[in-house]
Design a protein around this ligand. Structure first.
Ligand code: SF4
Ligand code: SF4
Length: 452
């Protein structure tokens, strides 16, 4: 197939953003599976939603893929054992963000023996499909962690009906390469996932958005689509301008469709569902195999690690086990980040387990991290120019410091997606994102007070 045939290059660009240094060092490194870890700690809270209750007890034998936690709440997703072995603890574990939650620790038997019940789901109706997506344990694998079945159910209720599925393979955060590897190594799973979503949810058009700095991923997808492009399904592969945060939902929707999601509204309010490419790939794989989400892809990079790597790791593997597999640190790291450098979380310790929505571990030496002195705001307005949401970060920072909730609401701090573009451009090196987070938290606390 002529590669250019299915390719679509939108002329629209979103406002603001950052020309981030992409550093896609792992782009050409194939995904490899790490050896089965000695223990895994499966968090019972791995989604934005209700935590699961344990379905196993200490001493139980579990198989890989066996459901070990579930909830009857609408917004929740079950969790599954990622290795076979013995449950050695059910109790509190500490997640990478320092939050404590309930978890199940499994001592691996080293075999990673699959659960005998695993088989492809039988799908004869929309309800079967939604139940299958739920049973797979799928949550947004791009970092959002929202249960996918709940997102689809909510989209089905929207007025007007959703008509557009956008598969987000932009991967605009520097360093991270796992979505690109998914496009290069498992395009058929992605297309099978799209087929099922089109069949059962009824999307009229599908747009796969990939930044133009990932030509091999684009080419692989287009080759796999082959004659299917515009045959029985309207699928476009969209080559997007490489600019951070191209992969943010509202940016993706605007550049690929021209639709603008108003502040406070959801993508489904403008007829769109945006799904991360690995999330879509998991749907395709689950429908074919019945294997739930028990592992995920992680990029490991940074100059304090002898890498880079793209790894498949069982959910619940400790961050330290992954670093050890990569040969440890080349020198004591000054900063370790879970996720990308723009939106990731700096880690204070590496014992926390990998959850479904984590996609990178980066470790940097002191020499590569600038120790930036903070200066007073000089009202230069660069943060305003950089904000893709049209916010005024310098004012929001001030009102968060003054704890002025009314002003924070008036200036729409809740619309902030914490992308960090404002801080990136600030010549005063001000901690703008931290104040945006603080401002949002103040509004949540006030809302909670009013409920009580
Ligand atoms: S970019 Fe920094 S210095 Fe400039 S107005 Fe914004 S907060 Fe102030
Ligand atoms: S205010 Fe929020 S959305 Fe705007 S640039 Fe800063 S972090 Fe991004």
């Amino acid at each position: 197939m002529d590669i250019a045939k299915g390719l679509h290059s939108p002329l629209r660009k979103f406002r603001g953003g950052v020309p981030a240094d992409h550093q896609k060092n792992a782009a050409d490194i194939p995904l490899q599976s790490i050896p089965v870890p000695g223990t895994v700690a499966i968090a019972l809270s791995q989604s934005i939603g209700a935590p699961c209750s344990p379905l196993v007890a200490v001493g139980d034998h579990v198989y890989a893929g066996q459901k070990i936690g579930d909830s009857d709440k609408t917004i929740s997703a079950p969790v599954h054992a990622s290795v076979s072995g013995k449950v050695i603890a059910v109790g509190e574990i500490v997640l990478s963000n320092g939050i404590k939650c309930q978890g199940i620790t499994i001592e691996s038997d080293g075999k990673r023996e699959d659960c005998p019940d695993i088989s492809p789901p039988v799908i004869e109706s929309l309800e079967d499909f939604l139940n299958a997506v739920r049973e797979s344990g799928l949550v947004g694998m791009g970092g959002a962690g929202f249960p996918t079945h709940a997102k689809l159910r909510s989209a089905l209720k929207s007025e007007p009906a959703v008509d557009t599925l956008i598969i987000n393979a932009a991967e605009c955060e520097p360093y991270i390469c796992v979505d690109n590897r998914e496009c290069m190594e498992y395009p058929q799973n992605i297309i099978n996932g799209i087929r099922a979503l089109v069949q059962w949810i009824g999307f009229k058009q599908v747009i796969i958005g990939v930044e133009d700095n990932k030509p091999k991923g684009l080419e692989r997808l287009l080759n796999c689509l082959g004659e299917e492009c515009n045959a029985d399904m309207d699928i476009k592969v969209s080559s997007l301008h490489s600019r951070y945060p191209q992969g943010a939902e509202k940016m993706m929707i605007y550049v690929t469709t021209g639709r603008i999601v108003p502040i406070g509204k959801l993508p489904s309010d403008v007829g769109c569902v945006v799904m991360n490419v690995e999330t879509c790939s998991v749907i395709g794989r689950y429908l074919r195999t019945g294997r739930p989400v028990i592992s995920r892809s992680i990029t490991v990079d940074g100059d304090a690690i002898d890498g880079p790597y793209n790894l498949r790791v069982p959910i619940g593997t400790s961050i330290q086990d992954i670093i050890d597999y990569c040969g440890g640190f080349t020198e004591p790291p000054y900063k370790i980040i879970l996720g990308g450098p723009m939106m990731g979380l700096a880690l204070s310790d590496t014992t926390a387990p990998i959850c479904k929505q984590n996609n990178a571990i980066l470790a940097f030496r002191q020499t590569s991290i600038s120790r930036l002195v903070k200066w007073d705001c000089i009202r230069c307005g660069r943060c305003v120019e950089a904000c893709p949401m049209g916010l005024v970060p310098e004012k929001l920072e001030r009102y968060a410091r003054y704890r002025n909730v009314e002003k924070l609401k008036e200036l729409n701090v809740m619309a902030c997606m914490e992308c960090g573009s404002c801080a990136f451009h600030c010549p005063g090196n001000r901690s703008l994102v931290q104040y945006m987070k603080m401002g949002k938290q103040l509004i949540r606390e006030e809302a909670q007070k009013n409920v009580n």
